[in-house]
Ligand binder design. Structure first.
Ligand code: GSH
Length: 204
């Protein structure tokens, strides 16, 4: 059975959501954020980490792509080399551009030691977010999902960022982007993943 290691209600949700979409059983292994709990599995000490027998994989987008690819019959992964290239383009853009303003704000508001936090990053990061939300609107260009008419692992990672944007009250000026996030975040697999992690987070 798959093991998912990490801190509940974090990027871990991308992995549990993917597994819920696939209908694959998995075991959650709770790690404390910022601790050395994952030192033996993750070179950065960060989660999530997927353990698949003797195969260990870090980094949420790579894990989602691996799972979608491995269970290709379910239709959430690439169908050919061009499909894979487009999916990697989406994933790399999501991590390098779209999630960065949200992640940086969280770091400077909450996660970094106080002496390392910049005084005011809000205006800069909100402007960056607005710019990339515009990119997302143009990339979607009237599609229901990132890859067109089918839901894939890309939508899991992007949808998680949408949840993050809403929780952080980022302005999503585009009706199309807003409707896209509604569509993705209303999926039962996402709700199940969040419920399981919320229970684990609350457990001692
Ligand atoms: N690129 C990584 C980022 C991993 C990451 O930053 N994970 C956070 C939780 S969402 C973490 O474990 N932080 C602990 C720390 O910074 O010490 C991914 O997408 O999985």
């Amino acid at each position: 059975m798959y093991e998912v290691h990490g801190s509940p209600i974090s990027r871990m949700t991308r992995v549990t959501w993917m597994l819920e979409e696939l209908g694959e059983p998995y075991e959650l292994k709770k790690a404390r954020l910022g601790s050395d709990d994952l030192a033996g599995l993750s070179p950065s000490g960060k989660g999530p980490v997927l353990v698949d027998d003797d195969f260990v994989l870090t980094d949420s987008a790579a894990i989602c792509l691996y799972l979608a690819d491995k269970h290709g019959d379910k239709g959430f992964g690439p169908r050919d080399a061009r499909d894979r290239a487009q999916m990697e383009s989406w994933m790399l853009w999501t991590l390098a551009e779209f999630e960065q303003p949200m992640w940086n704000k969280l770091k400077h508001r909450l996660l970094l030691p106080e002496d390392l936090r910049a005084a005011d990053v809000s205006a800069w990061l909100s402007a960056e977010f607005r710019r990339e939300a515009g990119t997302l609107e143009r990339r979607l260009a009237g599609r229901d999902y990132a890859m067109g008419d089918r839901f894939t692992c890309v939508d899991v990672v992007l949808g998680h960022c949408g949840m993050w944007a809403r929780a952080g009250r980022y302005e999503i000026a585009s009706g199309a982007v807003d409707a896209y996030f509604d569509r993705i975040l209303s999926r039962p697999a996402y709700q199940r993943a969040v419920e399981k992690e919320t229970r684990l987070k609350a457990a001692a």
